[in-house]
Design a binder for this molecule. Sequence first.
Ligand code: SF4
Length: 497
Amino acid sequence: MVLVLQGHDFHFETENICRLFLPQEKILTVREVPDVVDGVLAVAAVEQRPDGAHIRCTLKLDDFFGEETATVAAGTPDFTAACELETAKALYRLFVRLFGIEQSWGVVTGVRPVKLLRSKIAAWGVEAATRWLTDVMLVSPAKVALSLRTWEAEDKLLQQTTPSSFSLYVSIPFCPTRCDYCSFVSHTTERSVKLIPTYLKLLCEELKVTAEVAKTLGLRLESVYFGGGTPTSLTAPQLQTLLSAVERHFDLSTVREYTVEAGRPDTVTADKLRVIREAGVDRVSINPQTLSDSVLQTIGRKHTAAQFFDAYELARKAGFPHINTDLIVGLPTDTAEGFTRTLDGILALQPENVTVHTLSMKRASNLVVRHLSDYSGGEQAAAMTAYADRMLTADGYHPYYLYRQARMVGNQENVGWSKDGHDGLYNVWIMDESQTILACGAGAATKLKDPYSPHVERIFNHKFPYEYNDRFAELIERKQGILDFYARYPLSKEASR
Ligand code: SF4
């Protein structure tokens, strides 16, 4: 499609609105209407006059032609932002007329709607902030209610973090095979088995250095998270080595949550779970994504629903107090009835957490690269998230974290649902960027949070395991940046005690 911007430079929000309705289209943003346009032509013009900004947007496709106008009076607070929003909304109204569908998140295009809501609540109070989401940002009543409930749960968890709090993230970027919807930088164990011994040796070294830095700074470890990839791609002795290194180098006495993602059921064994549990891990994720074997096959996830049930039972027997199961709505070939069966099957198990993701059509995933799926299941995805909201609520779960990604089927969202007392702390803290995360391993990103303001800086590790192994010394040097950061944003003496 062609997007013509005249009299302004609001390409960020206007392109986002186009992407909501035409996620697969390449958007050509220009200043003049081209002589020939193949497909959708949108023109967004803003004219500044003494009384304010006059906005005129048009949209054309085949026989459809629509026009929407708006004005922003001179002297309106945050005048430029108001002009950008009104231009985006005029375009939004045109797309709604063209396609006959409203977006349930309206013109909210950012990835963290609850963070947006929180900032508005802080400024105006709950009532005015929710009214703004509905009336100005055009968010549906169901999503407003979901955001509010999530905000309430999140808020309690955010209050539990202190200036000296930090979490530790340990990256295991290996998986037994690569799922077709995944764009994660993970290597199949088959291809990278030779890299693993060196990787683990160096990772233990990085954990040691990181622990020393945390100790020097007087930081307090609140949660540990092993993610990936699939940490349980490692063998039980390999896991034992890593978990022991964490225990040896860090003070775990202050840890309130210790998670290992055992994402792929086909990697879970009783031995591995025993080792993990004995190390003090209290939270695992066992992720079916769907309980339909044929959908699992379609998405290239090389396990069956039966393997999920076996792995889940092993985790229960191993005594984990918090088990999470991840599901995905909008998977190719899945149906609303299929998702109903999946969710009902999961609810019969009563896991403490259920995370309902919406499929994100990542450009680097096989689904997109090989054109194995498209966005056509939008309405169905919306029906699936609505069913999840209804059934999980009825079964005593509440939403406690929520985020969105680009290119989600039906522009839905990802929501972590939890039984009371089982909310995942790390998930909320990382999502809200409310505390420092010291991250180790390939592909990991350390996030350094100013103890007394929202300011965050990042230090990136090498992306791939082979780079991590080959250029480890350079990476350890980068860790110095943690000390530099806290020299610029120091903890008060009381906080670092
Ligand atoms: S298990 Fe997870 S990280 Fe690994 S390939 Fe599949 S989706 Fe990606």
